[in-house]
Ligand binder design. Structure first.
Ligand code: GDP
Ligand code: GDP
Length: 444
């Protein structure tokens, strides 16, 4: 499981600046597609040696505030507060940011009191030390009794390497499961917002198939892996809905945790994302799907509760999907009823093929030929009188398939041209259901 680091601090201390710094990948690998809004609350840190999930609790709170930006306790909705509490509960480490320029204040002390109650490693970080005498300015934060404050200027990256080193030293080792104990077969995560029908779907899938170790002695009660077989092939469901812990489907046991959902996405080979068709695509759906895209997971979208919709409603949902989910165009959409079972078999039948697409091996001659073909059909623009030139391409990885394209001045390639290349390659390679990543290497 990805370890979790929660970012806390009063408004304006630089949490989102640090969040952006840590989650921005060193080279922009993932194209920004229309309709995709980057999540500013949850992100995977990619700067250091160890990947971890970073949660900006300030971002969660702000999102829930009204337009006037009031951050009163009443203004913060309950769901957001619950996610903040869960973030603290599920965090392996808390980064507590304070403002070295403004100095210690009452809000910092209130936050510190709350943090002292939870038994978690805490790193106190004094931000905005650029251009000031850091040791003088940060001395007073010792009063928080949380140890020596680390010095940071998030806006400039100063102190970030040291901070990353401290974070990594405190994070639990993410050991790969030992051979033989690892969950079998294709790992499938069924994810989506609360009440969209995840546990109904999981139960339906398991109910119809032979469950191998559902209640085997020795498996921990809170294990989230459910191995099963279908047509003599092993699969493992990653359970985010707490199906295992419920005795009946309608029993609401599990708190909906975005962190658990993101960890499941990270562990999965294939994500089945459920949308409640009677509600349509919500903002949270779009942002969770953005996370699936960022993680590079193969994806199938299930439009659930299709049974209860009129023809008009169905038309509306389809149109809304086309508009709002353009950034995950590669994903197949299936209209299903987890409750009645319709469409579930067909959806499941697609898992193998979509997994295979994500793991395809693509030969260097083929990729080079296609990239040159794309370039011929549509030349990259001139940059300061010189034409950007793509020369050859090879595969850099699978799951998701990653193509490395060599050329010159590729760093100047416009976003629109990268998108064109992605679409061109996807079509020619018939890559269904998986994102495709491009990386560029420039010789000049
Ligand atoms: P948040 O409310 O805690 O998320 O804070 P923001 O990240 O939005 O930052 C608040 C303000 O502080 C912004 O104007 C930032 O540009 C500024 N800021 C953030 N980090 C630094 C820093 O390292 N040095 C300086 N001088 N300003 C910073
Ligand atoms: P979860 O929170 O995502 O695990 O959602 P549940 O599986 O607990 O389902 C939430 C509610 O939606 C329950 O009352 C289900 O009976 C209902 N539900 C689930 N799937 C369907 C469906 O395909 N059609 C209809 N009409 N209701 C469904």
């Amino acid at each position: 499981m990805l370890p979790v680091v929660a970012l806390v601090g009063r408004p304006n201390v630089g949490k989102s600046t640090l969040f952006n710094y840590l989650t921005r990948s060193k080279d922009a690998l993932v194209a920004d597609f229309p309709g995709l809004t980057r999540d500013r609350k949850y992100g995977q840190a990619r700067r250091g040696e160890k990947p971890f999930l970073l949660v900006d609790t300030g971002g969660i709170v702000e999102e829930a505030c009204d337009e006037t930006g009031r951050k009163t306790a009443e203004g913060i909705d309950e769901a957001a507060m619950r996610q903040v509490d869960l973030a603290l509960e599920e965090a392996d480490l808390v980064l507590f940011l304070v403002d070295a320029r403004e100095g210690l204040n009452a809000s910092d002390e209130a936050i510190a009191r709350r943090l002292r109650r939870i038994a978690k490693p805490i790193l106190l970080v004094a931000n905005k030390i650029d251009g000031i005498n850091a040791s003088l300015a940060t001395a007073e934060f010792h009063a928080l009794a949380l140890g020596d404050p680390l010095w940071l200027a998030a806006a400039h990256g100063t102190g970030a390497d040291k901070l990353l080193g401290e974070i990594e030293a405190l994070l639990p080792e993410t050991v790969e499961e030992p051979e033989g104990k690892a969950p079998d077969g294709i790992r499938i995560a069924v994810v989506g917002r609360p009440n969209v029908g995840k546990s109904t779907l999981v139960n339906r899938i398991l109910g119809e198939e032979r469950v191998v170790v559902f209640d085997q002695p020795g498996t921990t009660r809170d294990s989230i892996y459910i191995p099963f077989e279908r047509n003599d092939k092993p699969y493992t469901l990653i359970d985010t809905a707490g199906v295992r812990r419920r005795s009946r489907v309608d029993e609401a046991v599990e708190k909906f945790s975005i962190i658990k959902t993101l960890q499941a996405i990270d562990r999965a080979h294939v994500v089945i994302y459920l949308i409640d068709a009677s509600e349509g695509v919500t903002d949270q759906d779009a942002s969770l799907l953005g996370q699936v895209l960022d993680a590079g997971r193969a994806l199938i979208i299930g439009l659930n509760k299709w049974d209860g919709l009129s023809a008009d409603q169905r038309q509306t949902v389809r149109r809304q999907m086309d508009l709002r989910l353009a950034f995950v165009e590669f994903a197949e959409r299936h209209c299903i009823s987890a409750l009645h079972g319709s469409g579930v078999g067909v959806l499941f039948d697609r898992v193998d093929e979509i997994y295979a697409a994500g793991n395809r091996n693509l030969s260097t001659p083929l990729l080079t030929k296609l990239v040159l073909e794309a370039q011929e059909a549509h030349q990259p623009p001139l940059v300061q009188g010189r034409r950007i030139k793509l020369k050859y391409a090879h595969q850099g990885g699978t799951n998701p398939p990653t193509v490395i394209i060599h050329g010159n001045q590729t760093e100047s390639l416009a976003e629109s041209y990268r998108r064109y290349l992605v679409n061109f390659l996807r079509q020619k390679l018939r890559l269904q259901g998986t994102p495709l990543r491009l990386e560029f290497r420039s010789s000049t």
